[in-house]
Each structure stands twice: as C-alpha cells, then as structure tokens.
Design a protein around this ligand. Structure first.
Ligand SMILES: [Zn+2]
Ligand SMILES: [Zn+2]
Length: 121
C-alpha cells in the first residue's frame, strides 16, 4: 500500500497498488504549476486510490484536469517517497516545451517531444 498527503496534511490518500510508472513532464503548464524545471507524475489506476478529502480540481486543458489542495496549494497525485518503493521515471515528455536552461539527466528514461505516444506508457 502507498500513502501520501499534501504539504499541510489536509488531504491524504492511500493506494492499494504501487504506481505503474513515473513520468517527468516538461510542458509549460507543469513547469509553471511546479515552479520548477519539470514535474514528476506518478500513474495509478483510478480505482486503486482512495482520497480522504477530494482535492480541488481545475480544467487546465481540454484533455487534462489538475487537482490541488485548497488550503496549501500542493499539487496532488504524487507519492511520499519515504514510505514507498517506487520505480525511477520512465519518460520525459513535452520536451519541445522544456526550459532551455535545464539539462536532462542521463537517466535512461525515454524522451518524447510531445505526448502523442502516451498509449505506449
Ligand atoms: Zn494541503
Ligand atoms: Zn505537463
């Protein structure tokens, strides 16, 4: 089982399974949301996650809804690495929007300019 919370612990979650993969997304929206060079997303089957309080959602694009804590603003759907054995990121995506000053690590993760091959994750 995996568990985690936002920074203020208002919202906690548990998952009955480990994430299926981790993805480092370099798209403009993720970079702005994270305030960093990229944002790491952990992928779970929706039915495997239980939230004690539903996060606040906002539609960021036609295809994506993002969620966050309404009290502290933390982006959710990441894991507490200290409690869970999780795999290394498998992909860097939206590299066409990557911060020009950030150099990708030689981590063996696949590199995609866009999101088009998402179904192959
Ligand atoms: Zn919070
Ligand atoms: Zn993104």
């Amino acid at each position: 089982m995996s568990s985690g919370s936002c920074a203020c612990h208002y919202i906690t979650y548990t998952s009955s399974t480990p994430p299926t993969c981790l993805v480092n997304c370099h798209c403009t929206t993720c970079r702005k949301q994270a305030g960093a060079a990229y944002q790491t997303w952990a992928f779970f089957a929706t039915d495997d996650i239980r939230w004690d309080v539903n996060p606040t959602e906002r539609q960021s694009t036609n295809a994506a809804t993002r969620s966050f804590c309404p009290k502290c603003g933390s982006t959710l759907r990441t894991l507490d690495e200290g409690k869970t054995q999780i795999p290394l990121p498998s992909h860097h995506i939206f590299l066409s929007e990557k911060a020009s000053w950030f150099e990708l690590p030689e981590d063996g993760a696949k590199r995609w300019d866009k999101f088009g091959e998402y179904d192959k994750l």
